[in-house]
Write a protein that binds this ligand. Structure first.
Ligand SMILES: Nc1ncnc2c1ncn2[C@@H]1O[C@H](COP(=O)(O)OP(=O)(O)OP(=O)(O)O)[C@@H](O)[C@H]1O
Ligand SMILES: [Mg+2]
Length: 274
């Protein structure tokens, strides 16, 4: 399946979908948090998932990443149907996610946090420990080298031996993203990566996300800050009451009265009041 991006100046350009879902529903105690959401995420682009509080954004990310099963609907990563797959299987297929509230392992150091996120852990198998100690040592060396390189890139190198719980809110977000990148995802879902981040760090974090795009990673990020969406996102999905209300470029969505009423107006009013 492909997406026709009619808002592109070269209208009619087709982008392949890295991830798509249709008819997703999820109810909690009979109340629908997600109610028929469907959309496609274009390959190699940064897509924003926006919408009012309680719209179902995090629940959708939980379902796409396999952390939660939907009541109905279908999910495809590329051409592979991943509906109902558990998160470790989805992760092995290239899709990783970060959390709205950082899930850093507080007692571990920053470096240890990255090492636990490494995909190649031959040492996890008792068979390998007993029969292939050379392989384990080599992988551990490679993982440590990659972890230190990533910490350098994300400006956390000097904090490598600091317990993660001592980092600032913004540094925890950087750690969360670098842990996900350690897993070499082809698709990365970010749940409010800018929340709780010092305004001075927001542009820096945005640049890191743009860098992921340059490295070929497809990004879907839940974001309330429309300035960030405008600066780094190529494409926007608006979710309201568990349904996809609209998709397109932010500039086009600003002309859509339904979207402005449901969400953008509220945000614009709030920013005008500040
Ligand atoms: N585990 C759960 N049990 C019960 N209700 C839940 C659960 N998770 C989410 N909900 C409810 O589902 C609805 C959607 O929640 P969700 O967290 O997906 O929204 P959101 O769009 O991410 O909101 P926010 O912008 O505040 O993060 C809300 O009404 C929420 O209270
Ligand atoms: Mg949320």
């Amino acid at each position: 399946m492909s997406i026709t991006d009619t808002s592109n100046p070269a209208a009619g350009t087709t982008l392949s979908a890295a991830l798509r879902c249709s008819g997703l529903t999820k109810a909690f105690q009979g109340v629908h948090a997600v109610n028929g959401a469907e959309f496609s995420i274009p390959t190699g682009q940064i897509t924003a998932l926006i919408g009012p509080n309680g719209a179902g954004k995090t629940t959708v990310v939980n379902i796409l990443s396999g952390a939660m099963k939907s009541d109905s609907g279908q999910i495809f990563i590329g051409e592979t149907e991943t509906t109902g797959w558990p998160s470790h299987r989805v992760a092995r297929h290239g899709l990783l996610r970060t959390f709205q509230l950082s899930r850093e392992l507080g007692g571990l150091t920053v470096l240890e946090n990255l090492l636990t996120a490494a995909p190649n852990q031959a040492g996890d198998s008792l068979f390998n420990v007993l029969t292939r100690p050379g392989l384990i040592r080599r992988q551990e060396r490679e993982n440590a080298q990659r972890a230190l390189e990533l910490l350098e890139v994300y400006g956390l190198y000097r904090h490598r031996d600091t317990p993660a719980r001592e980092l600032s809110g913004g540094q925890k977000k950087l750690l969360e993203i670098s842990r996900a990148v350690m897993g070499s995802p082809s698709i990365l879902l970010l749940d409010e990566p800018m929340a709780g981040v010092n305004p001075a760090l927001i542009d820096v974090l945005g640049n890191y996300i743009l860098e992921l795009k340059r490295d070929g990673v497809t990004v879907l990020m839940i974001e309330h800050n429309l300035g960030v969406v405008e600066r780094i996102c190529d494409y926007v999905i608006v979710l309201a009451e568990g349904r996809t209300l609209a998709t397109g470029r932010l500039s086009d969505l600003r002309q859509n009265t339904e979207v402005v009423k449901a969400y953008l107006g509220e945000v614009m009013d709030a920013s005008a009041a500040n």
